[in-house]
Structures are given as structure tokens and as C-alpha cells.
Design a protein around this ligand. Structure first.
Ligand SMILES: C[S@@+](CC[C@H](N)C(=O)[O-])C[C@H]1O[C@@H](n2cnc3c(N)ncnc32)[C@H](O)[C@@H]1O
Length: 199
């Protein structure tokens, strides 16, 4: 028997998983995960088990509406508290770079809770980038900061200036992207990183 925080349960009869969903939880479609997230864009294969309509949906988080298709992009609702925490750690008026912005949740959550920031998200998956632009438009009235998105590989983006804070919800893999982050960080932070390396 398995159970998640909203009360979904399942049990196995032989090799059949039987799911129980409380009537109070509205859902339209059931997707079954097939394997792990793969590739640079961290996508996963799903199989439609039940339901109707498209795999595109609107997810609500911290009062924002986030449009996405989970079969095309990375999105993890379990990171919602982390996003709020990053917003709390940030300060009003900062220039903030989100190096792997996906459909835009980190820039938009920070932009909702912090005033007068300039927040830039960079994303390489064109589908996720297009959702981030749409999500910016859908939520623009709720934002207290300026948010922008750029399509591209963080290693190849130039001419965007320096940032006070760099958020890296990075894809899994060997590369830590620290050199790239240092290139975008303000002189103050570069010097501090240099000092920490030499001690
Ligand atoms: C772990 S996901 C985080 C997405 C988003 N921040 C979120 O929390 O929903 C990493 C994202 O980085 C993107 N990505 C991978 N390599 C990249 C690169 N070199 N430059 C820019 N984006 C990249 C992937 O497409 C994916 O959307």
C-alpha cells in the first residue's frame, strides 16, 4: 500500500496497481511514470492510464498560475517550499540570475515576494522557455519585480551583465556550472570565491 500527502493510495493485486483517489481531489488525467528523467532537458516518458484531453495543465503555486506540459518539460511541485525559501533569502532590489529557469517557477516566485529586483531566467529547452514567457504574461499583475527570460545554453549566453545572486536549480550531470556562475557574478562575490579557494 502506498500513500501520498494528499491521500492518494494504491495497492497491488498481482501485477495490477489499483489506485484510490478521494472524491474531494479533482483530477482529469492519470499519467504513469515510465523510467527516470533523461537527457539535458530532464524529461520523462509517461503513459496515459486514464482520463481525457491534453497533457497540458495549469498548476497553482504560491498564488501563481503555472502552465506546463509535464511530458515536455521538467517541473516538480515538491520544490515549492524551496522556491519560497530562495525568495525569502533574496533581498529587494537585487539583480538575480536563475541559470536553469524551466517554465519559470523560481523567477516568478521570487518576483512575487521580492520588490524592485531585476530577475533573469535562462533556459535551453525551447518548449519550457515558451511556457515561461506565457507564465510571465499570465502572472504579471502579481509581480513586484521585473522578470525576463532568455532562450539558450547558459554556457553560451553573453552580454547580460553581472548579478548579485545566482540561483542554480541545475540539471543532474557531471558539470557543476560553477565557472559559468562565477562569470555572471558581481565582483564582490568573485573575490569572495577566490579568497575561499586560496584558504
Ligand atoms: C532541474 S530542471 C529545473 C527547471 C526549473 N528551474 C524548475 O525548478 O522547474 C533543469 C532545467 O535546466 C535546463 N537546462 C539543462 N541544461 C541547460 C543549459 N546548458 N542551459 C540552460 N538550461 C539548461 C533543462 O531544460 C531544465 O529545464
Amino acid at each position: 500500500m502506498g500513500i501520498d500527502h494528499r491521500g492518494f493510495t494504491y495497492y497491488l493485486v498481482g501485477d495490477i496497481a489499483i489506485a484510490k483517489v478521494p472524491e474531494s481531489i479533482p483530477f482529469r488525467l492519470v499519467l504513469v511514470e515510465r523510467g527516470k528523467r533523461v537527457g539535458e532537458f530532464r524529461r520523462r516518458e509517461y503513459e496515459i492510464a486514464f482520463g481525457y484531453g491534453m497533457t497540458e495543465t495549469i498548476h497553482r503555486e504560491h498564488g501563481l498560475r503555472l502552465k506546463l506540459d509535464p511530458t515536455e518539460v521538467f517541473f516538480d511541485p515538491k520544490l515549492s517550499r524551496e522556491r519560497r525559501k530562495i525568495a525569502e533569502l533574496s533581498s529587494d532590489g537585487e539583480r538575480i540570475l536563475v541559470m536553469f529557469s524551466g517554465i519559470g517557477p523560481y523567477p516568478l516566485v521570487i518576483g512575487k515576494f521580492r520588490k524592485g529586483c531585476e530577475i533573469l531566467g535562462i533556459e535551453a529547452n525551447e518548449i519550457a522557455y515558451r511556457y515561461s514567457l506565457e507564465n510571465l504574461e499570465i502572472n504579471k499583475k502579481l509581480l513586484k519585480s521585473k522578470v525576463k527570460f532568455v532562450l539558450g545554453d547558459v554556457r553560451e549566453v553573453h552580454g547580460i551583465g553581472e548579478f548579485d545572486r545566482i540561483v542554480m536549480p541545475r540539471p543532474r550531470g557531471k558539470e557543476d556550472f560553477l565557472e559559468v556562475a562565477l562569470r555572471f557574478s558581481s565582483e564582490k562575490w568573485r573575490n569572495r570565491a577566490q579568497e575561499e579557494r586560496t584558504h
